[in-house]
Write a protein that binds this ligand. Structure first.
Ligand SMILES: Nc1ncnc2c1ncn2[C@@H]1O[C@H](COP(=O)(O)OP(=O)(O)OP(=O)(O)O)[C@@H](O)[C@H]1O
Ligand SMILES: [Mg+2]
Length: 210
């Protein structure tokens, strides 16, 4: 039995996902929701955090194969969903996720070129019918997103991919978001203040309808 709601924030590197997760959590708390939990993917469990390190850093002398990367991401997701997200939703907590399954559709599908059929069968096997209640996709050009990341520090394994790779990821995000009424596209290139206002408005409107 699910009492809480699962809201996911998606987007490219530097789109502002972590910033927006905090804004959404604050908006939910202010709306009177007593327990709001933030998660991140990959990560959020002991297994997930170890896999996150592996996925971010890679291995010194061996490139990570695309399908191996895919399976590591799903191993982390399986652990997080079963161990943390579902129990939280069952006790009435609301969960705000920094990335979830849409990232895999966009990065491993659009970016790495893994067939949608493969992704869909893995998703069905790992998640069954489990889906977020609302997804905010923060849309930003790869150049702008990576510029923000660069200002923060050095690039991890994924962030070292080419602009072309991230353009494919963005195109897949947009295609999937446009097809799905549960996903709201938010332009992420505005100022922090403008985005904060927009997020507050989207959450307030969504809460009033759900
Ligand atoms: N609207 C904005 N305008 C300018 N800079 C921003 C904006 N939102 C966030 N930032 C800054 O850009 C950087 C990336 O933001 P943030 O960490 O929230 O993005 P992210 O999508 O979580 O990134 P990552 O994919 O690396 O986790 C941070 O340094 C953040 O302070
Ligand atoms: Mg982040």
């Amino acid at each position: 039995m699910k009492l809480g709601r699962f809201i996911v924030i998606e987007g490219l590197e530097g789109a502002g996902k972590s910033t927006v997760c905090g804004l959404v959590a604050t908006a939910l708390t202010q709306a009177g929701i007593s327990e709001v939990l933030q998660t991140r993917e990959p990560g959020g469990t002991q297994l997930g955090e170890q896999l996150r390190l592996l996925i971010q850093q890679g291995l010194p002398d061996e490139p990570l194969q695309a399908t191996a990367e895919l399976l590591l991401l799903y191993a982390a997701r399986a652990q997080l969903v079963e161990q943390v997200i579902k129990p939280a939703l069952a006790r009435g907590a609301w969960v705000v996720g920094d990335r979830h399954d849409l990232s895999t559709q966009a990065y491993q599908g659009g970016g790495r070129g893994i067939a949608e059929q493969v992704l869909n069968s893995l998703r069905d096997a790992v998640l069954g019918p489990f889906r977020p209640d609302l997804t905010l996709y923060l849309d930003i050009s790869p150049a702008k997103g990576l510029q923000r990341v660069a200002q923060r520090g050095s690039f991890d394994r994924m962030e070292q991919e080419s602009l072309l790779f991230f353009q494919r990821v963005r195109a897949r995000y947009l295609a999937l978001a446009t097809d799905d009424p549960q996903i709201v596209i938010v332009s992420a290139e505005h100022s922090r203040a403008q985005i904060a206002q927009q997020i507050q408005q989207i959450i307030t409107t969504w809460l009033s309808r759900n």
